[in-house]
Design a protein around this ligand. Structure first.
Ligand SMILES: Cc1ncc(COP(=O)(O)O)c(C=O)c1O
Length: 305
């Protein structure tokens, strides 16, 4: 989180503007607002599986735009943008010279091909990562930013005069993680099997479509058939069924009509959560919903990432 804060405060001044690709991690918007930076949300379209809408991004770039911000793989949609999409993003931002802040904290949590890092495509990339997700070391508070040297020097100044450095305990743990690469991916197999479990349970108990989860630990469930307010549905689920989900609208307006489900919980909780979801949904849920779970958007075959 500090990495995002430092990156945003270094690339933009109060009164400048950043574009945030939505739906996305709401902290991008909150951090920018705290810093007095104007945020322009760029909606992505559900019918493309929330791919990057390059025309919409290009149309919003103006003289005050200092950066485009996104997460890849994406929280909340679980999409992992293809190499072609990312190259397109580099192309449409080229003339403005703005930075691209790519939060790649979920990069090691992929279920097909490893996502392309934006840092391999342009020297205007500011890549954010950390050990919280891939190594389940959230409590260690270890993260990083990869960017061109002059930007790193400016960010180091800010880091030095706020946090100074990560605690020595965290640094020792991080050193062990980097010494043995298995640490950087040990959560993936377990998450992959829980992802499958969640998708199968959704098919059996709920029967609503979802965005293909290619990375992260989330499935974005399409609830447009059953509600016009994802917030009301999420509140009802928490209150009446004891199931915590996040409304898609909290990640930007274009996330309305979707619920973010996490497969980070135990297997029992994943299965029980979906059972209750099926029970709660207006249709009656469970076996009363005959339609099999279907993905709204099959990723185009043959795409490289
Ligand atoms: C996209 C994204 N970036 C950053 C973070 C924060 O990570 P950390 O706990 O390492 O600060 C999160 C946490 O959920 C996240 O989803």
């Amino acid at each position: 989180m500090e990495a995002l804060f430092v990156a945003l405060s270094t690339v933009a001044d109060p009164g400048d503007q950043v574009l945030v690709v939505e739906p996305n991690f709401w902290c991008f918007r909150r951090i920018a607002e705290i810093l007095g930076i104007e945020v322009v949300g760029v909606p992505s379209r559900a019918d493309t599986g929330f791919d990057l809408d390059l025309d919409a991004i290009a149309a919003r770039i103006g003289p005050r735009t200092k950066a485009v911000v996104l997460s890849n793989p994406c929280n909340p949609t679980g999409r992992s943008f293809s190499r072609e999409q990312l190259e397109g993003l580099v192309r449409v931002t080229e003339a403005s010279g703005c930075w691209i802040i790519a939060d790649e904290i979920y990069r090691e949590l992929f279920y097909d091909r490893r996502p392309t890092s934006l840092g391999t495509l342009t020297d205007r990339a500011v890549v954010v990562g950390g050990l919280s997700k891939c190594s389940s070391l959230m409590g260690m508070r270890i993260g990083w930013v990869i960017a061109p040297r002059p930007l790193c020097q400016a960010m180091t100044g800010l880091h030095t005069y706020t946090v100074m450095c990560a605690s020595s305990v965290s640094q020792l743990v991080a050193r062990e993680a980097f010494r043995d690469p298995r640490w950087l991916e040990w959560t993936r197999p377990e998450l992959a099997s829980k992802r499958l479990l969640l998708l199968q349970a959704l098919e059996a108990e709920v029967g609503l479509p979802c965005v293909p989860s290619e990375g992260s630990l989330f499935v974005f469930l399409d609830v447009r058939e059953v509600t016009s307010s994802s917030l009301a549905l999420a509140e009802g689920l928490a209150r009446d069924a004891g199931v915590v989900t996040l409304p898609g609208s909290s990640f930007g307006e274009s996330g309305e009509g979707f619920l973010r489900l996490s497969f980070g919980a135990t297997e029992e909780h994943v299965v029980e959560g979906v059972r209750r979801l099926g029970w709660y949904l207006p249709e009656g849920g469970g076996s009363a919903v005959a339609a099999p779970a279907r993905t709204v958007f099959a990723p185009a075959s043959g795409r490289s990432r």
